[in-house]
Write a protein that binds this ligand. Structure first.
Ligand SMILES: NC(=O)c1ccc[n+]([C@@H]2O[C@H](COP(=O)([O-])OP(=O)(O)OC[C@H]3O[C@@H](n4cnc5c(N)ncnc54)[C@H](O)[C@@H]3O)[C@@H](O)[C@H]2O)c1
Ligand SMILES: [Zn+2]
Length: 388
């Protein structure tokens, strides 16, 4: 039987020198009359929003800015921004920010209706159609949200984060401009960079992996394993930052063609209940879950394939066992070097919460089914116990 694969992508991605200028061409091409610009207050204060705003302003089109969005918003906070957007009658969205801003803008692009809102999409994500074209400009490297059909929102009453998947949320245009991540604080660069690594390695070891996702996942993994420390440590390492931006994009493509697995599944309650940043919760779980997964021969084999592609050290290891162990050790070394917390103690999570964590994590069946090694409640308990 032939392997099944499919991959939907944005119409165009612009990167490198002066890529921001492409916004003007897009406005012209789509004959847009009014642009809604999504960002957040922090980015505006830092002056990062000035770059896309200047291009939109210079194009002469009418525009207004929506910046009232907290990081990692709940579905109610996103709905408030969507409601504000709906009043505008804008016919193009330009969103500049991290995953939080981009996800909110993506939801707005399919929710110009009074019939249903973000809450309804939690149960029936497929019903919404694209209403307004969208340009995404990431400022972290990162979530890959600029290219995925997913938007993730907090659901406080379930103490979880939930991913809404609808292919109408795939961006029309993406702009990758490394100047936006030049001064990304090390802590945020580290967490978002490890999130991108998790996307690549999970998608490569997923039940949904296929030749298309493998290509992007491996390239992304190679770029991240060999650039992340320098990109985070040195504000002037523009080549390395540029590579991280591409790797995050590849990670998003890998998610679109494949799917993340138990790292992301078990991470959702940590974001939903304790508001631990998405990248940090994934970084904590990455090695424990990969060690668990590597007990499965198919995962071990895939980790060894990733080693062959990504390890450029002169001193080589040779067995599948050693190669898989090298990959996991390398992931742990990155998390350690970047000083990302590895214990829930740092977030004052009491040990008594273990059972509720297990219960919530096991609800994320959308991603757990992608895990090559079956995860039982006992397995989830053992994994969470390692980071308590
Ligand atoms: N849609 C997807 O496919 C997908 C994938 C993974 C994660 N996510 C979601 O994305 C969200 C996380 O996004 P994120 O990790 O990009 O962070 P974020 O958007 O939540 O931003 C975190 C903080 O970093 C700041 N920031 C962003 N860019 C900056 C820059 N260049 N310089 C200085 N500060 C900057 C923001 O203002 C914010 O305070 C979560 O809700 C997560 O669940 C979505
Ligand atoms: Zn992620």
């Amino acid at each position: 039987m032939l392997t099944k694969y499919s991959l939907k992508m944005p119409r165009a991605v612009f990167g490198g020198e002066n890529s921001m200028d492409n916004i003007a061409e897009i406005i012209q091409k789509l004959n847009a009359k009014k642009v809604a610009m999504f960002t957040d207050k922090g980015l505006r204060k830092l002056g990062l929003f000035d770059m896309p705003e200047a291009v939109v302003k210079a194009s002469g089109v009418e525009y207004y800015v929506l910046d009232d969005l907290p990081a990692e918003p709940s579905y109610m906070a996103v709905q408030a921004v969507v409601d504000e957007f709906k009043k505008s009658g804008a016919d193009l969205i330009v969103a500049c920010g991290g995953g939080s801003v981009m996800d909110a803008a993506k939801l707005a692009s399919i929710l110009v209706t009074d019939e249903y809102g973000v809450k309804e999409l939690l149960d029936n994500p497929g019903m919404a159609q694209k209403c307004v074209p969208i340009v995404l400009i990431p400022t972290t490297a990162g979530t890959g949200a600029e290219v995925t059909p997913n938007a993730i929102v907090g659901v406080p009453e379930r103490e979880l984060k939930i991913g809404i998947v609808n292919e109408n949320m795939i961006a029309d245009y993406v702009i990758l401009d490394a100047r936006l991540i030049k001064n990304l604080p090390r802590k945020i660069a580290a967490a978002t960079g490890v999130d991108a690594l998790a996307h690549c390695i999970e998608c490569f070891t997923s039940n949904k992996a296929n030749p298309f996702s493998d290509m992007y996942a491996l390239e992304g993994c190679d770029l991240i394993l060999n650039n992340i420390e320098k990109a985070c440590d040195d504000p002037n390492a523009m080549e390395e930052k540029n590579r991280m931006q591409m790797a995050a994009y590849y990670g998003g493509l890998a998610i679109t063609a494949s799917g993340t697995t138990a790292v992301h599944a078990l991470s959702y309650p940590l974001g939903g209940k304790y508001h631990i940043a998405h990248g940090v919760s994934n970084a904590m779980l990455l090695a424990p879950v990969m060690r668990f997964n590597a007990e499965d021969p198919s995962v071990k084999e895939r980790l060894a394939m990733a080693y062959d592609r990504c390890c450029h050290e002169a001193e080589r290891v040779s067995t599948v066992e050693e190669k898989a162990a090298w990959m996991i050790a390398r992931m742990e070394a990155i998390v350690k070097h970047l000083e990302i917390p590895t214990s829930l103690k740092e977030f004052n999570v009491p040990a008594e919460d273990l059972e509720s964590l297990v219960e919530s994590g096991m609800q994320v069946t959308r991603l757990l089914v992608n895990n090559m090694r079956k995860v039982t409640a006992d397995d989830a308990r053992a994994i969470y116990t390692q980071i308590l």
